[in-house]
Design a protein. Sequence first.
Length: 163
Amino acid sequence: MVSKAVDTAVRMETDAMKFYHEASQRTSHPFARRMFEGFIKDENRHLKMLTEILKGLDLKIEKKRPKSEIKTVFSELKEQMMSRISASTDEMDAVKVALDFEAKGYEFYRKAAVDATDHKEKKLFSALADEEQEHYSILQNTYAFLKDTGDWFMWEEQGILEG
């Protein structure tokens, strides 16, 4: 028997995909667009895993590390991003809304994992909580980047300079 939490999770992931699609279409900042597009792929993968549980199929949990993809995007777009220092208010607002989405998603999945009686659901909800937490971290970093790109690069690259 599939829990109510799985049904709720399907709606959450669908809503998140719609939001990230709209945000990616509205932003003109190259990094923000690529980040939102990456989140669409992650949320779609989450939705597929939840659908497998709904169908009662054997679930293969795909763990991804969204931060590694974001680092690649930063490397590819660094010059372009530095030439466009400021982000629009719409982009900043989209990141704030996304932060709220991911925080609520993390809390939902963390609680669902604790409450789940089915082993597959517990394992999936734990994996989804981890990814939502990583998305939140990426969004916090993105907000800092969009707010003050020059300062962000100074702090992020300081580790490289220090070894």
